[in-house]
Design a protein around this ligand. Structure first.
Ligand code: ZN
Length: 477
C-alpha cells in the first residue's frame, strides 16, 4: 500500500532515460512513512525488544542463541520475451555473500525455491504481483528480482522492503517482501565502467534483509535524510540512542556519506563536504561536529556506501535482528531450538532497576529431551547466588519468600535444581541446564515425557533480600 501511494505521487524513472546517468540510491525504502521516534516507541513498546530503541538485551546476543536458518524464495521476473538475467550461479554467489555477511549474527539463509516469470509489467516493479505469487511469507523471505525498481523520478533505486516488521499486520502478509534490482544480485557481474558496478557485489540484498529484520538506515533521522524537512534535520537527537538508526553503537551518518572506490584507485569516504581516505574517515567529524555518534558509519551494511565498502553489522544491530525474529517473525526461521518456549509471569524489578529475564537456547534441531539446550538469565544483580527451580505447574505467589519482593511463578510440587546452584557473573548473567531424565519433583526425581509441559524460574539473592526471574514454559518434544 505504501508503495502504491508513492507511485501515485511520483512517476517512474523510465528505462529509456539513460539510467546510468541518474543518481543511484541503495534503496527505495523511503516509500515508507517518515520514521517518527514517538510512533516507533509505540510500536516497540509491545515487543519483547521493549520500548527502548537500544536493544542491549543479552538474550538476543547470538552467543546465547541457536543458529537461525531462514529460507528465501527468489522470484525472478523477466520481460514477456526475455527471462531474468539472473542465473543460478549468480544466486549461488548471492547466497555466499549473504551468509558471509550474516555469519556473525548466526543467521544462515538457504534457497527454498527459485521461481521464474515472464511479465514485462511486473519486471518494472509495477502491479500487485506479489498477491498471486508470494510463497507463505510467514515462513519464507520472498525476494522479487526485477529489472527496474520503483523509485521517484530521476533516481535509480536498487531495492526496498515494503514496510518494517513492527508495523501491525505487515509481517507474514502477502505485501511482506523484498524487491531488488537484477544487477545487484550475485557478485561482481558488471564491467567496471558501469556505474552500477559499485553495487554488483551482492550487498543490496544484505541491506534489505537488514531492514527485513528490523534495522533502519544508519542515517535514518540524520542530517540529510530525505525524511528531514527542507533545510535538514540539523543535528537533532543529541543522544546517540535516538540518533541515526536509533541504535547506540552505530555512528550517526549522512545518507550521502559513502566509502567509494568508484572512479578512484584508493578507497575514499565522503565526510562533511568532500572525500578523504577511508583509513582516517572514521575519525573525521560530520557536519554535526562533536554531537555524540556524529562520525560516519560508512562501512555499515545499513549505510548507503557502495558494496566494496560495507562489511559490518554492529553488535546492537545484530541483537535487534534477533529481537525482531522473536518478536515479529517467529515463523520465519527453521531454527533449531526449543520451539514453543515462552516466558510468563510478571515479576518485580530487582536492585539492577530491571526485572531479571530468562530465555532458552539451543544448538541443534534435536528435541528438548536430548538435553542440548541451556537456559540463560540476565539482569540479575552481579555476583549473587542463584538457584533454578522447576515444576509442572504454574502459579503466582507475590512475596512468597518472607521479607522479599520476589514472585514464585511455579505451583507445587516444585523442585530445586541443587546441582545448578551458581553465582551470577559480573554482568548479572547466568546459565543453567536441565537433565530431563532426572528432574527434581518434591522429594524425588522424575523423567520428563514428550508432550508434557514443564516450567522453570530462578530464585536469586539480592543483597539482604531475595528475588526471582520471570518464568519459562517449556513444552517437551
Ligand atoms: Zn535501505
Amino acid at each position: 500500500m505504501l508503495l502504491t501511494v508513492a507511485l501515485a505521487i511520483a512517476p517512474f524513472a523510465q528505462a529509456s532515460s539513460a539510467p546510468e546517468a541518474l543518481p543511484i540510491l541503495r534503496c527505495g525504502c523511503d516509500h515508507h512513512a517518515p520514521i517518527d521516534p514517538v510512533l516507533m516507541g509505540q510500536y516497540l513498546s509491545g515487543a519483547p525488544c521493549g520500548a527502548n530503541f537500544n536493544i542491549d538485551d543479552m538474550i538476543y546476543d547470538p552467543a546465547n542463541r541457536p543458529l537461525y536458518q531462514i529460507p528465501i524464495v527468489f522470484h525472478l521476473i523477466g520481460t514477456d520475451t526475455t527471462p531474468s538475467a539472473v542465473t543460478q550461479a549468480r544466486i549461488d554467489d548471492q547466497m555466499t555473500v549473504l551468509n558471509g555477511a550474516f555469519q556473525a549474527a548466526q543467521i544462515e539463509f538457504s534457497v527454498a525455491s527459485v521461481l521464474q516469470y515472464n511479465n514485462s509489467v511486473w519486471a518494472q516493479d509495477i502491479g500487485d504481483y506479489w498477491t498471486s505469487t508470494t510463497v507463505d511469507p510467514s515462513s519464507n523471505v520472498n525476494v522479487y528480482v526485477v529489472n527496474q525498481v520503483a523509485a521517484p523520478a530521476g533516481v535509480i533505486a536498487l531495492g526496498y522492503v515494503a514496510d518494517f516488521p513492527f508495523t501491525p499486520g505487515f509481517p507474514g502478509s502477502p505485501m511482506d517482501r523484498i524487491v531488488v534490482l537484477d544487477d545487484t544480485v550475485g557478485f561482481n557481474t558488471l564491467p567496471a565502467s558501469d556505474p552500477l558496478a559499485r553495487y554488483d557485489d551482492g550487498a543490496t540484498l544484505v541491506h534489505e534483509l537488514g531492514h527485513y529484520l528490523g534495522l533502519y538506515h544508519t542515517f535514518e533521522t540524520a542530517f540529510d535524510a530525505p525524511i528531514c524537512p527542507t533545510g535538514g534535520c540539523a543535528c537533532l537527537n543529541a543522544s546517540a540512542t535516538l540518533t541515526g538508526d536509533l541504535i547506540v553503537d552505530t555512528q550517526f551518518s549522512l545518507q550521502s556519506g559513502t566509502c567509494d572506490t568508484f572512479g578512484a584507485s584508493a578507497c575514499q569516504a565522503f565526510v562533511g563536504t568532500g572525500f578523504a581516505p577511508c583509513a582516517s574517515a572514521s575519525t573525521l567529524a560530520s557536519p554535526c561536529g562533536t554531537t555524540p555518534g556524529a562520525q560516519q558509519e560508512w562501512n555499515n551494511y545499513m549505510s548507503y556506501s557502495s558494496d566494496s565498502c560495507v562489511d559490518r553489522f554492529s553488535p546492537e544491530q545484530i541483537r535487534r535482528m534477533h529481537c525482531t525474529l522473536d518478536g515479529y517473525r517467529p515463523g520465519i526461521t527453521t531454527a533449531a531450538g526449543p520451539v514453543g518456549v515462552v516466558s510468563y509471569c510478571s515479576v518485580v524489578n530487582n536492585s539492577t532497576g530491571q526485572f531479571a529475564r530468562l530465555a532458552a537456547t539451543a544448538t541443534s534441531s534435536t528435541g528438548i529431551l536430548a538435553n542440548n539446550f541451556e537456559l540463560v538469565g540476565e539482569r540479575l544483580p552481579a555476583l549473587q547466588t542463584y538457584l533454578p527451580l522447576i515444576s509442572r505447574n504454574q502459579d503466582f505467589f507475590p512475596n512468597f519468600f518472607p521479607g522479599s519482593p520476589g514472585v514464585l511463578c511455579l505451583g507445587g510440587p516444585f523442585g530445586r535444581l541443587n546441582s545448578q546452584l551458581g553465582t551470577a557473573d559480573s554482568n548479572g548473567l547466568i546459565d543453567y541446564s536441565l537433565d530431563w531424565s532426572a528432574l527434581p519433583e518434591g522429594q524425588g526425581l522424575v523423567s520428563a515425557m514428550v508432550g508434557e509441559v514443564w516450567n522453570t524460574q530462578v530464585w536469586f539473592r539480592d543483597g539482604a533480600v531475595s528475588n526471582t526471574t520471570e518464568a519459562l514454559q517449556i513444552p517437551v518434544r
